[in-house]
Design a protein around this ligand. Structure first.
Ligand SMILES: Nc1ncnc2c1ncn2[C@@H]1O[C@H](COP(=O)(O)OP(=O)(O)OP(=O)(O)O)[C@@H](O)[C@H]1O
Length: 739
């Protein structure tokens, strides 16, 4: 009976503590590169008090705070914040019960101070009148510039004060402030501390504050001195000064470090003697270091990096001298917790729009880049090459004997080589050469793309063709062409024009000589094609792939870049600590990007169809739909890239790495039929190959959804969207646990 009531009492104690941490272990990374930052840390913060967390740079303060606000998960050990595990249902942390000021600014530069407060106020669902009055109050308290000033135009110190205001203004029960007074002058620092004292004394707020200015922590009720991932001591500043008979907290801190060094030296000795392998934190202040050099501002900490320590503390049932600390894991799953909250979604979407419109550069890139890309592609790709120089060596011409070129158009078997040359496309510039040797040399020097050579008896041999049975006759009427085939495309064009010229010449000549014009043709006729035109230009082949690749990559890049920028600036973390769910961020981003994508797609389709005259023989709405769906695939890829990247460099590398296989293998520039047999089937599982094929079928063949090639494109795209979103959520969860 006694035991039960004592347990009940302790549970009540737990619920009344502001923050309780027991045996907290946090490791970054894994395996050889793992780094244990929190090493079995215990900490107790009473409700309604101010707790000053002191420690050298790198000792793990920020890591600890991020675990308190639910942004990072411990490897082992327990945390209770306001009586709940952070992140558990109804804990309010992350959420409105906590006000968090991270070390980085974590503010939207293109927002005014007021817009910033309204954004967070919207997330907390605060009334506009309350936000306005808080804006006025905090402006005075923190000496903020006028509320309509843009954050990016403020000085560093002013920006930090705005960040502080964001943490304070919704009057949370718990304030977690990571170095709030950096860059703040002494007078303002004094008024900030006064405010914190007032908040804890009069309103029962709990405050945890880290600071490098050790002496200002005298205002706190309790001080926790942290070193290499452990708390060395936790006591009131007066008690600490009294115990050590010292006048400065800085000296007390140094005393604790020296004591800790002594303890750890003995521990190390006993471990070495017993040959035990373990990890030891690097010392910050070696014994004998002068007091001034021990300033926590300059002494970097370097916690030990091993995984064994973490694994030895995996128990969730942690016994403690003071508190029987048994935390139930909140595994309950509620639909409400995964469904997006409409008011937060609306605030996020509004924020995204405002950010896009404020950032003119981004706005222009969003809409002009796709147009520019499609214009460049249409202007440069698929056009016939012109001005191609070909060497002509015509041995039929012999001025000495009067064999000169004429403009004859009748049935005259004379100088037919000259007559043929008149049929050659104007894209070829004919450059006469005296002999084959000189012409080939010109080709070797790159002056001409090839040599066309007519034998001396070309016309005679041609005339004999009707009864030519001897090989010599056949060879004699040949036109020998020797090409510089280093450029395959140019070689193919020249070859095509020479063959077409011969066909036209032959037909015309047959006709004027009273023969059937078709007599000179190959017995191979290309009648009207089933789909497309006889001379479908390359642009038409390329257009579907181009449209999809532009919309896909614009969506991918914009989504990834927007999210990673927010992540880099700490904005994402701040929003999440304010209670925004990851799925709301994802949906908010998708929603705001979708409208830009609609605009981009509309501009690209209009440009392709009406400016560059690419025909769409099928349903235009279907063509637009598959392009939009591909934009969604791009966005989802962007989300995944944003989930795994911490900076924009990563986004650029992954986007580039993603672009080549998806589009080069996906049939934008070259038919997939040209791929190796096994690869050919595999590429249809790439995100865009089936969709490009589907769009091509819609535009050139006029096919609809009843065809497998079309609905297959939609199905593969939807499968990618679902797969990528699921992967994204998994990666984000993994990231939270591992980082
Ligand atoms: N995401 C991360 N991955 C790997 N190591 C990390 C990560 N974040 C922090 N660390 C490492 O963990 C240690 C503690 O970092 P933390 O930011 O918690 O220290 P801190 O006490 O807040 O330092 P400061 O006072 O300089 O802000 C440092 O050695 C740091 O390099």
């Amino acid at each position: 009976m006694d035991e039960i009531s004592s347990r009940a009492k302790k549970t009540i104690d737990n619920n009344h503590a502001g923050v309780l941490i027991r045996k907290a272990v946090k490791t970054y990374g894994s395996g050889k590169n793992s780094c244990t930052v929190l090493q079995g840390l215990d900490m107790s913060v009473k409700r309604g008090t101010i707790y000053g967390l002191l420690g050298a740079s790198g000792c793990g303060k920020t890591t600890l705070l991020s675990c308190l606000v639910g942004r990072r998960a411990l490897n082992s050990g327990e945390i209770l914040v306001l009586g709940h595990e952070p992140g558990s249902a109804n804990s309010g942390v992350p959420g409105p019960k906590v006000g968090y000021m991270p070390q980085e600014l974590a503010l939207f530069g293109n927002f005014t101070i007021k817009e910033t407060l309204f954004f967070f106020g919207g997330i907390y669902r605060l009334k506009a009148t309350f936000i306005n009055s808080q804006c006025e109050f905090l402006s005075k308290l923190l000496d903020l510039p006028p509320c309509d000033r843009y954050v990016k135009t403020l000085s560093g110190g002013q920006q930090r004060r705005v960040s502080f205001a964001v943490a304070l203004f919704h009057e949370p029960e718990l304030l977690i402030l990571d170095e709030p007074t950096v860059g703040v002058d002494p007078v303002l620092r004094y008024s900030i501390w006064n405010h914190l004292i007032q908040q804890s004394a009069q309103h029962g707020k709990t405050v945890i504050v880290t600071t490098h200015y050790i002496e200002e922590a005298r205002h706190a009720h309790t001080i926790g001195m942290m070193r290499t991932g452990r708390l060395l001591v936790e006591d009131s500043p007066d008690n600490l000064l009294r115990k050590f008979q010292l006048s400065s907290l800085e000296d007390v801190f140094v005393q604790f470090c020296l004591k800790d060094d002594g303890r750890r030296s003995i521990e190390q000795l006993s471990i070495t003697e017993s040959n035990a392998a373990t990890c030891e934190p690097t010392d910050v202040f070696p014994p004998g270091t002068p007091s001034r050099e021990r300033d926590v501002n300059v002494a970097p900490d370097n916690p030990s990096c091993h995984s064994e320590m973490a694994s030895s503390r995996q128990s969730n049932d942690v016994k403690d001298d003071n508190v029987n600390f048994k935390v139930k894991k909140h595994q309950s799953f509620s639909l409400k917790s995964i469904l997006p909250c409409p008011h937060r979604l609306a605030v996020l979407i509004r924020k995204n729009y405002l950010m896009s419109f404020r950032n003119i550069g981004l706005f222009l890139v969003t809409f002009l880049m796709p147009i520019f890309q499609s214009a460049v592609a249409n202007i440069t790709l698929g056009n016939e090459p012109t001005g191609l120089r070909m060497a002509i060596v015509n041995d039929e011409v012999d001025l000495g004997v009067g064999r000169v070129c004429t403009n004859a158009t009748d049935c005259e078997y004379s100088m037919l080589s000259c007559r043929y040359l008149r049929y050659i496309s104007d894209n070829i510039i004919q450059v006469p050469y005296e002999n084959v040797f000189d012409a080939v040399e010109a080709g070797k020097r790159g002056h001409v793309w090839g040599v066309i050579h007519f034998g001396r008896n070309f016309t005679e041999e041609f005339e004999m063709r009707e009864w030519a049975v001897e090989l010599d006759n056949i060879i004699g009427r040949r036109i020998n062409v020797q090409m510089d085939s280093s450029n395959q495309q140019i070689a193919i064009f020249i070859q095509k024009w020479l063959v077409e010229a011969f066909s036209d010449f032959s037909k015309d000549f047959m006709k004027v000589c009273g023969h059937n014009p078709g007599a000179g043709d190959m017995p191979l006729t290309f009648v009207d094609p089933v789909y497309g035109r006889k001379d479908t230009p390359f642009t038409e082949f390329m257009a579907p792939g181009l449209m999809i690749s532009i919309v896909y990559s614009a969506a991918l890049l914009l989504t990834a870049a927007t999210l990673v920028t927010e992540k880099e600036q700490g904005l994402l973390d701040r929003s999440l600590v304010a209670g925004v769910q990851m799925n709301e961020i994802l949906i908010g981003n998708l929603t705001s990007q979708v409208s830009s994508m609609f605009g981009q797609t509309a501009l690209i389709v209009l440009g392709m169809l009406w400016i560059f005259n690419v025909p769409c023989n099928g349903n235009l709405a279907l063509a637009v739909s598959i392009t939009l769906v591909q934009g969604l695939v791009g966005m989802c890829f962007g989300l995944l890239i944003a989930a795994v990247c911490d900076n924009l460099n990563g986004v650029v590398f992954l986007t580039a790495a993603n672009y080549l296989p998806v589009f080069i293998m996906g049939g934008v520039l070259w038919p997939t039929e040209g791929l190796h047999y096994y690869l050919r089937s595999a590429v249809y599982f790439l995100p865009s190959t089936s969709a490009i094929e589907a769009l091509r079928s819609i535009m050139t063949r006029g096919w609809g959804l009843e065809k497998a090639a079309v609905y297959g494109g939609f199905l593969v795209s939807f499968a990618w969207i679902c797969g990528l979103l699921i992967l994204c959520l998994i990666v984000m969860r993994f990231y939270k646990n591992s980082s």
